[in-house]
Ligand binder design. Structure first.
Ligand code: SF4
Length: 325
């Protein structure tokens, strides 16, 4: 099966779901088995700061939202969390925050240096920085940086992300690549008004950027956000189709398997949602290191529940995949 052009992608997005499950999904899964030994990659995740200066129209953590309690975890406690993750055998960590200039860039550098010394592969998602800052993060030991382009249409990006703009976002993405960190990026799937052609353009941009990880999930309206009144949630079927398309087009890319199932109240750790994603080509699950009381407030989307390592072990067993750390 060859998937290269925008039309090839649109054809898959628009084919009957049964036909996709019969032909495309098993093909994508086979590519993962042949190229990546059917590995399920476990990664520790810590949302260390949920304060954000930005007002993305779809985000539950946007500045001014009063639905959540704000927190910053002190740098020493972030490192202590990483030590706890290391004690369970985890060797990859994903540190994520809102764009909070007051956290202190020096504190972030300290965290990266200390956690690197523990032997971790470090992925960061802390927003837009300058080239110099990305260079410093790379020098401190960061391996990968997550900055989603969200959508590849500049006019839509500028409407939904009024605190920045598409040009600036793509400049930051370019700087991340220049710094030598691997780039993780991707889109929001099936937000209100998005067309299949636009999803296809997003997928082509991911390929063009040679991303290392596609941190994708469907659009999940967060309560009280401006975009929530325009519709949603995004289609789970379309999300699974995008996962398979990415696997076919980029055989060794990491793809988030932390996907919702039919019962959105189960959040991103829904066993059915995770297994469906693993069965069609996704390969990464996250062990949340946040104490539950804080996890409820790290809510880019509602019900972001991700659970811990036991859940990941269970998913590896049920999917027949080989768990790697
Ligand atoms: S999506 Fe990220 S940058 Fe935008 S408001 Fe939410 S936390 Fe801030």
């Amino acid at each position: 099966m060859i998937v290269e052009t925008k039309q090839d992608i649109v054809d898959v997005l628009q084919m009957p779901y049964d036909r996709y499950l019969d032909i495309v999904a098993p093909y994508a899964k086979r590519i993962h088995e042949e190229n990546n030994q059917n590995a399920l990659t476990a990664t520790a995740m810590l949302g260390y700061d949920n304060i954000c200066k930005n007002r993305c129209l779809y985000c539950g953590m946007r500045a001014g939202s009063t639905n959540i309690k704000r927190y910053r975890i002190a740098r020493e406690d972030v490192v202590a969390s990483a030590k706890a993750a290391a004690a369970t055998g985890l060797r990859r960590i994903f540190l994520i925050s809102g764009e909070d200039p007051k956290y202190g860039f020096d504190n972030l550098i300290y965290i990266v240096e200390e956690i690197k010394a523990l032997g971790f592969h470090i992925s960061l998602a802390c927003g837009e920085f300058s080239l110099e800052q990305y260079n410093e993060l790379r020098a401190a030991g960061a391996d990968e940086y997550v900055l989603k382009f969200e959508m590849s249409q500049a006019d839509i990006f500028d409407r939904l992300n009024p605190s920045t703009n598409f040009k600036k976002r793509m400049q930051s993405i370019d700087w991340i690549k220049q710094s030598g960190m691997r780039l993780a990026s991707g889109n929001i799937i099936d937000y209100p008004g998005q067309t299949d052609e636009q999803i296809a353009e997003d997928i082509l941009l991911m390929k063009q950027l040679e991303i290392s990880w596609a941190p994708i999930i469907p659009y999940l309206p967060a309560k009280g956000t401006p975009l929530a009144s325009e519709g949603g949630p995004g289609s789970l079927e379309k999300t699974l189709k995008e996962i398979s398309l990415l696997r076919i087009m980029m055989p060794s890319v990491n793809i988030t398997a932390q996907q919702p199932g039919k019962n959105l109240a189960n959040g991103l750790a829904d066993p059915e949602g995770n297994l469906n994603a693993l069965n069609v080509g996704a390969n990464m699950l996250f062990a949340d290191m946040l104490p539950l009381a804080l996890a409820r407030n790290f809510s880019v989307v509602d019900n972001r529940i991700t659970l811990g390592l036991e859940h990941i072990r269970n998913m590896a067993e049920r999917s027949g995949m080989t768990l790697i750390f």
